[in-house]
Design a binder for this molecule. Structure first.
Ligand code: AMP
Ligand code: MG
Length: 404
């Protein structure tokens, strides 16, 4: 039997990161950066005022009070046309370039001119008592970013604030990895769609919905192919659709055990190949991996919790590899077990709720841990990982958990 780590490495070794494409910045949120971003100059590009006030020379402020002649008016966006001489000041707005000669800005409220209404013209002179130092209320050029600095690394999933930074740098089109596409199918004669009334012997297809959302949460596009019946024809028809879509991965759930109606193996082998792996884990021991018409295939178990855990353990890392993501993913943290936890010696993923006790993350099992029970997964904040070979974890032990 393979360990979880061996199975994951074997899967990952079959995937390469997608190539890159250049797209408008406006479409780039949550996409994965395909290049390092280097700064082309200093930002801010010029010394500018941090306040609405008056730019002046600090050396002119030793007298108390000081009176200066206002010789210019500098709104944001208009470069100054004056160079201040001794005894001179210029009205200046926040973000406007500080004129030559000036080394500081006195806020308007610290002067005798406190008319801040829009449209007011500057006064002829200002008087104030405050003594100013060079640099007061000035934001020097290059305080945010320096020319040549690497500010964003390839592999980063772009966030809102990153888009702001790229816009600041004038990068209106950004190079990102192509978004991976996964063709998703469920399989089983017992499956009804979410909108169907229940019928005898049938259940609703929850995996299509949960797995599609999980794929999207990994910033990957999903092609929903629906449900294959337990017939050779139906399975062939859906897998052919997946191949026609030229997806990066075909992901299915159920129908890969060796039941009398499990045709997926046979159909895949007719046009590709398939390995069955028993992975030393719980839930989700059976895992199918192969390729169909040249497209990698992962077959997750059918039970909803097994399918979900299999996704987190094997598929999410695969999608990260495909998308070139170096960040994101699930966070693993240490937690304390509130109670004794037992396992059968396989690497186990148990559904737990996390509560804070004495500032320590403390894990409590949620309800019935059977692999068909979705509610206990919904109630969980994390999957507790009991390592292989461990059968009993005493209360109070520290264990790793994947935060959901
Ligand atoms: P199988 O691998 O086909 O034997 O399925 C294992 C178990 O998972 C059975 O109880 C199925 O009814 C259940 N199952 C399979 N597919 C789904 C699905 N898409 N949604 C909910 N349960 C499913
Ligand atoms: Mg089935």
């Amino acid at each position: 039997m393979l360990t979880v780590t061996e199975a994951r490495e074997r899967i990952l070794s079959n995937f390469k990161t997608t190539t890159t494409e250049t797209i408008p910045l406006t479409d780039s949120a949550q996409r994965v950066l395909g290049v390092d971003i280097l700064v082309d100059g200093d930002y801010p590009p010029f010394d500018n005022s941090a306040m609405d006030g008056f730019a002046l020379r600090s050396e002119d402020t030793t007298a108390s009070p000081t009176t200066l002649n206002v010789v210019a008016d500098i709104p944001a966006g208009s470069p100054p046309t004056v160079s201040l001489k001794a005894g001179e000041a210029a009205r200046i707005m926040t973000g406007a370039q500080v004129p030559q000669g000036a080394d500081c800005v006195i806020p308007v409220e610290d002067t005798d001119f406190n008319d801040r209404n829009a449209g007011t013209t500057p006064p002829k002179t200002i008087t104030f008592t405050k003594q100013m130092k060079a640099g007061d209320n000035v934001r020097p050029h290059g305080t945010d970013m320096r020319a040549g600095e690497t500010v964003l690394k390839k592999g980063r999933t772009l966030k809102a604030q990153d888009l702001g930074l790229l816009a600041t740098l004038g990068i209106a089109n950004v190079t990102v990895h192509k978004k991976a596409r996964v063709a998703l199918l469920s399989s089983g004669n017992e499956l009804l769609d979410a909108n169907a009334p229940l019928e005898p012997g049938k259940i609703r297809d929850s995996n299509s919905y949960a797995l599609a959302a999980a794929i999207q949460s990994a910033d990957t596009d999903v092609i929903r192919l629906g449900v294959a019946k337990d017939t050779r024809e139906s399975v062939t028809s859906l897998l052919d659709k997946a191949a026609a879509e030229n997806a990066d991965l075909i992901l299915s759930s159920a129908g890969v055990s060796v039941g009398a109606f499990d045709f997926i193996k046979e159909v895949i082998e007719a046009n590709g190949q398939m390995d069955f792996w028993k992975v030393n884990m719980r839930p989700g021991k059976p895992l199918a991996f192969g390729e169909y018409r040249g497209i990698p295939f992962i077959g997750l178990p059918g039970n909803p919790v097994s399918a979900f855990v299999g996704f987190e353990v094997f598929v999410r890392p695969t999608l990260e590899r495909l998308n070139g993501k170096m960040d994101g993913g699930r966070q693993t943290v240490k937690v304390r077990c509130a109670e004794e936890v037992n396992s059968d010696g396989r690497e186990s993923y148990l559904r737990v709720k996390i509560r804070m006790e004495d500032s320590i993350r403390t894990a409590v099992l949620t309800g019935h841990q059977g692999s068909g029970n979705l509610l206990s997964l919904v109630q969980a904040d994390a999957l507790l990982i009991i390592p292989a070979g461990v059968k009993c974890v005493p209360a109070g032990s520290e264990v790793e958990a994947i935060l959901l």
